[in-house]
Design a protein around this ligand. Structure first.
Ligand code: SAM
Ligand code: ZN
Ligand code: ZN
Length: 344
């Protein structure tokens, strides 16, 4: 007799949350198992994000209001792609590969010179497998990160345990779209990534590579909630997972303490004139007016002439699509010290 198919009772995420709360009282291990259930239950259709307390216990569904509409972002495991939308798009200049693309993999065909942040230089085939990467990263998120609400920046992401410098936090996931599909309403949730096969000149990869947009507004990974700081502790890096596909990773740039907010420098183009940054950094580039004024007064009072020089670090903007190639000229600090740093 053929084995009967497993049957699932349809449950709501809210019902699972009450079980997770009970589980959380027992131990962090049972909390982890409960959160895994919350975010992976096979009976749940759109799995919504919950914001949490500092221990990781879910409090309530993430709800946002934009343009008069309520938005409840859902969890996405990998980039999505709508072939119908891409069919009518003109082939971009320098795009390598068949056009129009028919899958997310067509757009993210990596070259071997692109950096694989999963195995570093070792090319271990197991760890470079994309489903393994997805599972490991989900496990990391569920056990080490929490999404919380802040008074002035909306939701934000925090470390629930200490994290070492150069820890891979995960992948920024969303729908892959082109510039022509972008709207000004959603631009706060856009990031860019190179698309297609790498263009080569005389066998060497060139930096002239077209980009597409990852739209993270409605469906994404937890990294969608990571805010900007002018003195960030994590950064975007374009790399590959094995030879499967090109992805946008986020990596810590310094050790992060338990309870500390995880932040990324969104770059010099993100804030428009008049926008205010609430990162609170001493050298914030777009501070609230009152801070800017008091800082100007402080500058007049305390700065010597020789201190009033251009600060080179203030000029460095974030380049989301900066290619990280494995090459002899690459500084050591760009490469992982060892594989274990990337996996909890
Ligand atoms: C990618 S989202 C980050 C998650 C966002 N806080 C949320 O609740 O969905 C980017 C938006 O977060 C807010 N944000 C992020 N960093 C900020 C900062 N340093 N100062 C003020 N607002 C910030 C801005 O509204 C920005 O458009
Ligand atoms: Zn690899
Ligand atoms: Zn700032």
């Amino acid at each position: 007799m053929a084995p009967s198919k497993p049957t699932y009772t349809k449950v709501s995420q809210k019902r699972i949350v009450s079980r997770v709360r009970k589980a959380a009282r027992k131990s962090t291990r049972t909390l982890g198992a409960g959160l895994t259930r919350l975010y992976t239950d096979p009976t749940l259709a759109g799995i919504h994000f919950f914001y949490q307390d500092d221990k990781g216990v879910p409090i309530a569904l993430v709800k946002q209001t934009t343009g008069g509409k309520t938005l409840q972002p859902t969890v996405l495991q990998e980039n999505t792609f709508d072939a119908c939308k891409w069919k009518i798009v003109k082939k971009p200049r320098y795009y390598g590969g068949a056009w129009p693309p028919t899958s997310a993999d067509d757009l993210g065909t990596p070259a071997k010179e692109e950096h694989c942040y999963v195995c570093g230089e070792n090319n271990a085939p197991f760890e470079c497998d994309y489903p393994t990467w997805v599972a490991v990263m989900r496990n990391f998120w569920i056990n080490k990160i929490c999404i919380s609400l802040t008074p002035d920046k909306g939701y934000a992401t925090f470390a629930r345990t200490g994290l070492k410098k150069r820890t891979v936090l995960g992948e920024l996931i969303g729908e892959l779209i082109t510039k022509s599909m972008c709207t000004s309403d959603d631009e706060a949730y856009y990031a860019e990534i190179y698309m297609g096969e790498w263009r080569r000149i005389k066998g060497e990869l060139t930096p002239h590579q077209p980009k597409c947009t990852i739209d993270t507004k409605h469906e994404s990974s937890w990294l969608r909630f990571t805010n900007h700081s002018c003195n960030a502790n994590a950064e975007f890096v374009v790399g590959r997972v094995g030879m499967c596909r090109r992805v946008l990773y986020v990596i810590t740039t310094e050790p992060i303490a338990k309870g500390e907010e995880i932040t990324i420098d969104y770059g010099t183009d993100y804030f428009n004139p008049g926008d205010t940054c609430r990162c609170g950094a001493k050298d914030c580039r777009y501070p609230p007016e009152s801070d800017a004024e008091s800082r100007a007064n402080l500058d007049v009072d305390t700065m010597d002439d020789d201190q009033i020089e251009a600060d080179p670090s203030a000029q460095v903007g974030f380049e989301a699509t900066k290619p990280i190639f494995i090459s002899d000229s690459q500084p050591d600090n760009e490469l992982p010290d060892n594989d274990s740093e990337y996996f909890p």
